[in-house]
Design a protein around this ligand. Structure first.
Ligand SMILES: Cc1cc2nc3c(=O)[nH]c(=O)nc-3n(C[C@H](O)[C@H](O)[C@H](O)COP(=O)(O)O)c2cc1C
Length: 190
């Protein structure tokens, strides 16, 4: 696959405690459905999109493509097409797409939904680091969404992602199964 090779040398000037930052972001991220009427600065937007760009993908295929929508009229249209009115309040809606050849891995899974989802998750965690909230939206009408954003028929829309400043502060609250219900060691536990 094509791709520019980049070598970035990072100098840790503040103790290099990068793990704490990652875990902190994972714990703080939550689905935000109420947004402030405040624009997202373009440098922040570029940084979170770059986090998506740096995601891993099968054979480095990088099939993900992102349409960033900030126009209020178009956001309202997208909200109507998804039936999620709160979407219109988010200052940014990212239409997360894949320009895909439907490549299937040896394990018989399609690459593009997995790869695009990883990139989206990078955005959600980077957003936390920027003080921003996100919400994945799987409930949307793909055909209407394509029309609104001029997305060609052969492109797949994987998810929508709302992005903006949250009304309520991010909190470390999670309704999740305990580890011993989801992790087995050595063999599947019946
Ligand atoms: C693939 C996917 C699709 C989702 N679709 C929607 C959606 O259509 N509408 C919505 O309000 N939330 C949606 N969510 C958010 C989930 O409801 C939320 O992540 C889950 O309840 C856990 O809550 P948390 O994100 O606050 O930790 C989606 C999340 C994922 C990962």
């Amino acid at each position: 696959m094509s791709g520019i090779n980049e070598t970035i040398v990072i100098a840790y000037t503040h103790g290099g405690n990068i793990e704490t930052d990652v875990y902190e972001a994972i714990e703080l991220r939550k689905s935000v459905r109420k947004y402030l009427n405040r624009e997202v600065e373009s440098d922040k937007l570029i940084r979170v999109l770059n986090a998506a760009r740096l995601a891993p993908s099968a054979s480095n295929r990088q099939e993900w493509r992102f349409v960033v929508v900030t126009d209020s009229w178009r956001r309202k249209e997208l909200a109507d097409a998804s039936g999620r009115s709160f979407l219109a309040q988010a200052p940014v809606i990212i239409i997360c797409c894949a320009a895909t050849d439907h490549h299937i891995m040896t394990c018989s899974q399609l690459c593009y939904p997995i790869d695009t989802a990883i990139a989206i998750d990078h955005i959600t965690l980077a957003a936390v680091a920027e003080g921003l909230g996100t919400c994945w939206i799987g409930a949307f009408n793909a055909e209407k969404t394509k029309k609104i954003a001029g997305i060609p028929p052969k492109i797949k829309i994987v998810e929508l992602l709302a992005l903006g400043y949250p009304v309520d502060p991010l909190k470390k609250e999670k309704a999740r199964l305990p580890l011993d219900e989801i992790v087995y060691y050595e063999k599947w536990k019946i």
